[in-house]
Write a protein that binds this ligand. Structure first.
Ligand SMILES: Cc1ncc(C[n+]2csc(CCOP(=O)(O)OP(=O)(O)O)c2C)c(N)n1
Length: 661
């Protein structure tokens, strides 16, 4: 018996309605409206294998409108992914259920990314589509030839980030990107006409996209549009005119179906209207079988792909596996050690942004998966080196993306590049504009993605550009994000170590804050060990009789060193601790932390050219935190440091007071 499309789609609709009803919270309207589009996509077009959700040449499917999560969970369950059972669906939105309120990325589950904050999934998908182009160029179109499909909503397209990433996708002509726009003209406040009068066709064509508009409940139109899009030489958006809450007699087409259970009575009415006579969570056998058949098709597609790779392209297979497994990283430790030795003898004074550049130049030689870029500040962030090859619409055989002035888009795209697999993105902007990346940085951290953020001009030390450009609260804000390592190295030795940790961090992103101004080489002894991995370490003591500890990061280590020297001249002995990473220090055992901070026997002063928030816990209630609690100033940087008392004089003044106590 052949099962009609609407029966397949109704299985999605009722799993969604019933799960939301049982959880007594969730968003039924979107899955009800997009069920037809999703069914056509999965039935006729999407190449995927539920038995191997991580197959590198699978089509990617991203639900950018993450509030419609039940659409995704239903599809994964119906097509036979092991990650989602009917019991998981019954547990929608309950503690530890894989069917969380919004999709939460987990490798090899079919949930390709975490979505919910509108616009992010669209950004990730642009990153994945770039990833596909890079891989296709490296491994050939016989090996890599898949699409990236995204479902976006009105809300996704209202978000500013949608402009950034779609504009870049148009520029790069990402022809394998196909966006299915749920054009239901409803958002939470009601009709989108309350706030939007965009001409979508003109908007997207203006970006260089191909635009089609169809009835999102018409099987033929949906399929034809997807087919046409898959032959296009531009990125594609298909505006699917749909009815939110499709099938609900009283709530369809209305905002009331968007984000709340329909209610028992209304659910009964939908059952009647759509002629669905099954109990909640019961999918008739023949419908489930038809869905499972759709899921099974991918296995043979993957198998023949594998066979052809084994037989015809064994070399490519080896290269592909190397890249996916990041085999190049095996050389990292050795190379970093060698660089440390080299710099120990020359002891260069360099801005840490230059230090970072020299690390990138070295590691990019043996890490083809390292994909750099900057939001139009390449020269300032020092992200582009002589080994950087520009990625363009004409040539994806590169390792550097000019993101343009699109910080938010860059960050979401970097998440997409990591999620694609086999790639390690790093991207730069000024530390002050990390604020423009924040929503995506948060998601890098939430998903545990290896993304490296390069934030140069990391303090008032940037000088004349003034308070609009001088970060104050940014370091504290970034340090407040769970699972993000924030590094602030002090010289080339520390920069090498911080980069090494960032590259090895499989399950968390890193933000590396770098100075604009030149800094001296501060490393005292050549150490094989990566001291930055401890978060903080003893840099220098003037004698073993010290009762005072100075703690500093980045550019302020130099000031603390000067203060230490001058204090010694006054017979005040001190220990200087360099603290490039709070998060890693906080992870050390208590013994190590006590060894560094010596809370029972020493007073402590911290100094960092940024907000003092976050330092009190290291200096204690009797200690002193030197930092900033106001915005900066426009002036040459040394004058600003003096103006704000970020000086060795100030450290000495406090040191004398603490010692006299
Ligand atoms: C960045 C962001 N802002 C706000 C929200 C809260 N929110 C969830 S859905 C939504 C808009 C719903 O409209 P639409 O995107 O058209 O979805 P539909 O109503 O069609 O399901 C909003 C404002 C969010 N998830 N992300």
């Amino acid at each position: 018996m052949s099962i009609k499309l609407n029966q397949l789609a109704n299985a999605i609709r009722f799993l969604s309605i019933d799960a939301v009803q049982k959880a007594n919270s969730g968003h039924p309207g979107m899955p009800m409206g997009m069920a037809d589009v999703a069914t056509v996509l999965f039935k006729y077009h999407l190449r995927f294998n539920p038995e191997n959700p991580g197959w590198i040449n699978r089509d990617r499917f991203i639900l950018s409108a993450g509030h419609g999560s039940m659409l995704l969970y239903s599809l994964l369950y119906l097509t036979g992914y092991k990650s989602i059972s009917i019991d998981d669906i019954k547990n929608f939105r309950q503690l530890d259920s894989v069917c969380a309120g919004h999709p939460e990325y987990e490798k090899n589950t079919g949930i390709e990314t975490t979505t919910g904050p509108l616009g992010q999934g669209l950004g990730n998908s642009v990153g994945m589509a770039i990833g596909e182009e890079i891989f296709r160029k490296k491994f050939g179109s016989n090996t890599v030839n898949h699409k990236t499909y995204v479902i976006t909503s009105d809300g996704d397209l209202m978000e500013g980030i949608s402009h950034e990433v779609m504009s870049l996708a148009g520029h790069l002509k990402l022809k394998n990107l196909i966006v299915l726009f749920d054009n239901n003209k409803i958002s939470i406040d009601g009709s989108t006409s309350l706030s939007v009068s965009d001409n979508f066709k003109k908007r997207f064509e203006g970006y260089g996209w191909s635009f089609q508009e169809i009835n999102g409940h018409n099987e033929k139109q949906i399929s034809k549009a997807i087919k046409k899009a898959s032959r296009s030489n531009k990125p594609n958006i298909i505006s699917c005119k749909t009815v939110i809450g499709f099938g609900s007699p009283n709530k369809s087409g209305k905002a009331s179906s968007h984000g709340a259970p329909l209610g028992d009575e209304e659910v009964q009415l939908v059952r009647k209207k759509l002629k669905w006579r099954n109990q909640p969570f019961k999918i008739p056998k023949e419908i489930l079988e038809a869905w499972r058949e759709i899921g099974k098709k991918g296995k043979s597609v993957e198998n023949s792909w594998k066979e052809s790779l084994d037989k015809k392209n064994p070399k490519i297979k080896t290269e592909l596996e190397k890249m996916i497994n990041h085999s190049g990283l095996e050389n990292l430790e050795k190379v970093i050690k060698k660089e440390k030795v080299k710099h120990f003898s020359s002891k260069p004074a360099m801005a840490t942004r230059q230090c970072s550049s020299s690390v990138i130049e070295v590691v990019s030689q043996f890490l083809p998966e390292l994909i750099g870029g900057s939001a139009d500040l390449s020269g300032s962030n020092n992200t582009k080196t002589k080994n950087s090859k520009i990625i363009s619409s004409k040539n994806f055989n590169g390792n550097y993306i000019h993101y343009g002035v699109r910080e938010h888009g860059m960050a979401a795209i970097m998440n997409g590049l990591t999620l694609y697999g086999g790639l390690i993105p790093y991207g730069g902007t000024f530390l002050i504009f990390s604020d423009y990346c924040k929503p995506s940085i948060r998601l890098s951290a939430l998903m545990g993605l290896r993304v490296i953020y390069i934030f140069s001009h990391d303090s008032i030390g940037l000088g004349e550009d003034g308070p609009t450009h001088q970060p104050i609260e940014q370091l504290a804000g970034l340090r407040a994000i769970p699972n993000l390592n924030v590094f602030r190295p002090a010289d080339i030795n520390e920069t090498l170590e911080c980069w090494e940790i960032a590259l090895k961090s499989k399950n968390n992103p890193s933000a590396i804050a770098l100075s604009r101004q030149k800094l001296p080489y501060i490393n005292k002894n050549l150490s094989e060990k990566n001291k930055c991995s401890l978060g903080a370490y003893e840099l220098n003591i003037t004698s073993h009789d010290y009762k005072l500890i100075l703690i500093a990061s980045g550019s302020e280590v130099e000031i603390a060193l000067e203060a230490q020297k001058r204090l010694k001249a006054e017979n005040i002995d001190t220990k200087l601790v360099s603290m490039p990473c709070h998060e890693l220090f906080d992870k050390q055992d208590k013994d190590y932390q006590n060894k560094i901070l010596e809370k029972d026997s020493c007073s402590r002063i911290s100094i960092e050219a940024g907000s003092i928030k976050g330092w009190t816990k290291y200096v204690g209630s009797n200690g002193v935190t030197i930092g900033l609690e106001t915005f900066g100033k426009s002036a040459p940087y040394k004058e600003i440091y003096n103006h704000f008392d970020l000086t060795s004089d100030k450290i000495i003044e406090f040191a004398r007071k603490l010692i006299r106590k």
